[in-house]
Design a protein around this ligand. Structure first.
Ligand code: NAP
Length: 285
């Protein structure tokens, strides 16, 4: 892997991953077409992930819901599996123990791998006790099918319930909506993650693309900050804001265009200072 990338420990897992990850939620059109066996722009998607790996990104996020586990499988097959950190998610209708174990086996098959680095509960299911799911997660970890346990879209009280339900393993991460326009996690989840050594994967880090092209006013201010740090684009400013907010934050922009991935892989080494962070938050208040 390129030495220029500054890897960070993912939570308290002892595993170092790239500060920027790659997301593989394409869109509902992809999911619907995939269900019919049609894979839209498959080659480009695979090449985007491969481009990221070549550039040193080793954190890859998928989910059974996205129907992109097989894309990840095709993209990673020629690389050293131990150097990659593959995260997937179980759908909320599969949180009872037997269903969870079946879903995990399916994801392992689709990913073409013997283990999942991070297995995340995609959303809580209020009909299934968190403790029941977490115990089954621990069984998967004990069986070597998964290495770490994560959650996504859990409120802070639900997150604490998940942490307290784990007896032998610790919660490695949560995954939440977090970007310059959507900073509610900074009030509670981010401080909790910081204090407890839990990684926070930021999804929609580019506001689903909106933050990659800022409107007049915000664009000029972002450009002034960008030039101080050797950055070129609005997207890089938006992602670097998240990377600078705390070392526990790992943004996972979607990777379907190889050029975007190459650009995103350059981030992580030159964090914004307090003053520039404040300027950015005042622009997006
Ligand atoms: N846990 C959850 O509930 C949840 C929910 C939603 C998403 N996610 C995860 O988070 C990931 C990211 O979310 P998202 O894909 O919806 O939104 P996003 O990453 O905020 O935005 C994606 C858009 O930004 C573009 N982009 C990426 N890098 C860029 C760059 N350097 N310059 C300009 N544009 C750039 C992408 O274009 P290209 O694709 O053409 O590169 C795409 O149009 C998903 O892929 C998924 O893994 C998780």
């Amino acid at each position: 892997m390129p030495q220029s990338m500054e890897y960070r420990e993912f939570g308290r897992t002892g595993v170092r991953v790239s500060p920027i990850g790659m997301g593989t939620y394409y869109d509902i059109g992809w999911i619907a077409a995939s269900a019919l066996g049609i894979k839209i722009n498959l080659k480009e998607k695979i090449s985007a992930i491969r481009k990221g790996i070549e550039a040193g990104i080793n954190l890859i996020d998928t989910a059974e819901f996205y129907r992109s586990e097989s894309v990840v499988s095709m993209a990673i097959r020629d690389y050293d599996r131990e150097k990659l950190f593959v995260a997937t998610k179980v759908f909320p209708t599969h949180l009872r123990p037997e269903k969870l174990i079946r879903a995990c086996d399916r994801s392992l098959r689709l990913l073409g791998t013997d283990y999942i680095d991070l297995y995340q509960v995609h959303f809580p299911n209020f009909r299934v006790p968190v403790s029941e799911t977490m115990q089954a997660m621990e069984r998967l970890a004990d069986d070597g099918k998964i290495r770490h346990i994560g959650i996504s879209n859990f409120s802070l009280p639900k997150m604490i319930e998940a942490e307290q339900s784990l007896k032998k393993h610790s919660l490695a991460s949560t995954q939440m909506h977090y970007n310059l326009n959507h900073r509610s996690v900074e009030k509670d989840i981010l401080p909790h993650c910081r204090e407890n050594g839990i990684a926070l994967m930021a999804y929609y880090p580019l506001g689903h693309g909106k933050l990659a092209e800022l409107p007049h006013g915000q664009a000029e201010a972002a450009a002034a900050i960008a030039s101080k740090y050797g950055l070129r684009t609005d997207a890089q400013v938006a992602l670097n804001y998240l990377l600078s907010s705390d070392r526990c934050v790992f943004p996972i922009p979607r990777a379907s265009n190889p050029q975007h991935v190459a650009e995103n892989s350059l981030l992580g080494g030159n964090l914004f200072d307090r003053e520039d962070m404040d300027t950015l938050t005042s622009l997006f208040a």
